[in-house]
Design a protein around this ligand. Structure first.
Ligand SMILES: CCC(=O)Oc1c(C)cccc1C(=O)O
Ligand SMILES: [Zn+2]
Length: 313
C-alpha cells in the first residue's frame, strides 16, 4: 500500500489534545506528516524516539490506532509542523534549507536531560529532570528556537561564540517567540516547560533580560571565556542585549509582529555572516527595514532607536 495522509489525535506534554498529521502506511500509522508543500520534493516531518538512549535518530514512532499517547512526541511533531507553516506562509521559506528538507525530531533523548538542540541534521529533545524542565518539546517557542538554529546555520552561519554566537541565540529566541505568537507581554522563552513545579517563571525574558541573569545593555556585556564552561563567551547570556533591542523595536507603537519578523528574517538571511558583531546586526536590521519599508519609514527609524537604547550604534 502506498503512503496516505491520515489525521490522528494525540495528547501533548501539558495534557492538551491535538490533531496530528500522520501517515497510514503498510497497515500502521507513522508519526510522519506528508501534507506540507515540502512533500512535492519528498520532504516530510518525521518524529522519532531515542528510547532514553543517545543513538540518533532512534526509532520512527508508529501507532496501531492513530491515537497518540507519547506526549513529548506529539508536541515535537505538532510544533515542528507549526514552525514549518510559519516559515513557509509568513517568510516564504520552505523548511530550514529553503529546499523542502525533511524536518526530523527525536524525543526521549537520554535521561533527565535538561536540554534541546539542533545537531546539524535534526532536532533533539530531552525530557528534563522533572524539576528544572519537563519534556522540552512541550513548548512551541523551544521547538521554533531549535529549528531557527538550523535556518541560521544554513544562512548567516553565525559562529556559536562571543557576539556572533549571542546573535545566533537571539535570532532563535526572536523567531521562537514570533512563531509561538502568544499574547505574552513579557516575551518570555521556555515558560511552558521550565520548572513545572513553579508557575510564572521562564528560561529567559526578552522584555527584562536581567530577570534571568542576562544583560539588557552593552554596559552590562559579560566578557566570558570562549569555553564550554564560559557558555562559549556567554552566547546564552549576552543574547539578552539583541533580545532587548528586538523587544524595544516590536513594542514600538505602529510596529507589527509580522513586519518585525520580516525585517529580522531579511537581516539574518541577506546581510549577516559568520562573524557579524552586534553593530553589524544593527546595520543589517536598519538596511532590511529600509529595503522593505523605506529609509524614512517608522520601521527604519524604530530599528535604529531600538539598538541605540541598548547601547549599540
Ligand atoms: C529556548 C530553547 C533553548 O534555549 O534550548 C536550550 C536549552 C534548553 C539548553 C541549552 C541550550 C539550548 C539552546 O537551544 O540554545
Ligand atoms: Zn539556542
Amino acid at each position: 500500500v502506498n503512503h496516505a495522509a491520515a489525521t490522528g489525535t494525540g495528547t501533548g506534554v501539558l495534557g492538551d489534545t491535538k490533531t496530528l498529521n500522520t501517515d497510514s502506511y503498510s497497515g500502521g500509522y507513522y508519526l510522519r506528516d506528508i501534507t506540507k508543500p515540502m512533500y512535492s520534493t519528498g520532504g516530510k516531518i518525521e518524529t522519532y524516539t531515542a528510547n532514553y538512549g543517545t543513538a540518533l535518530p532512534g526509532t520512527l514512532l508508529t501507532d496501531a490506532d492513530n491515537v497518540w499517547t507519547d506526549r513529548a512526541a506529539v508536541d515535537a511533531h505538532y510544533y515542528a509542523g507549526k514552525t514549518y507553516d510559519f516559515y513557509y506562509n509568513k517568510l516564504g521559506r520552505n523548511s530550514f534549507d529553503n529546499r523542502g528538507a525533511t524536518l526530523k525530531s527525536t524525543v526521549h533523548y537520554s535521561r533527565n536531560y535538561n536540554n534541546a538542540f539542533w545537531n546539524g541534521t535534526q532536532m533533539v529533545y530531552g525530557d528534563g529532570d522533572g524539576s528544572q524542565f519537563t519534556s522540552l518539546s512541550g513548548a512551541l517557542d523551544v521547538v521554533a528556537h531549535e529549528i531557527t538554529h538550523a535556518v541560521t546555520e544554513r544562512t548567516a552561519g553565525l559562529v556559536y561564540e562571543n557576539q556572533p554566537g549571542a546573535l545566533n541565540e537571539s535570532f532563535s529566541d526572536v523567531l521562537g517567540n514570533l512563531v509561538e505568537n502568544k499574547n505574552d507581554p513579557k516575551w518570555l522563552l521556555g515558560e511552558d516547560v521550565t520548572t513545572p513545579g513553579i508557575a510564572g517563571d521562564a528560561l529567559r525574558s526578552m522584555s527584562n533580560p536581567n530577570e534571568y541573569g542576562q544583560p539588557g545593555h552593552m554596559n552590562e556585556y559579560q566578557n566570558l571565556p570562549n569555553t564550554r564552561e564560559g557558555d562559549w563567551g556567554g552566547v546564552h547570556i549576552n543574547s539578552g542585549i539583541p533580545n532587548k533591542a528586538f523587544y524595544n523595536f516590536v513594542t514600538t507603537p505602529g510596529i507589527t509582529k509580522d513586519n518585525a519578523g520580516k525585517i529580522w528574517y531579511r537581516a539574518l538571511t541577506q546581510y549577516l555572516t559568520s562573524y557579524s558583531q552586534f553593530i553589524d546586526a544593527r546595520n543589517a536590521t536598519i538596511q532590511a527595514a529600509t529595503d522593505l519599508f523605506g529609509a524614512n519609514s517608522l520601521e527604519a527609524t524604530a530599528v535604529a532607536n531600538a539598538w541605540a537604547s541598548v547601547g549599540v550604534g
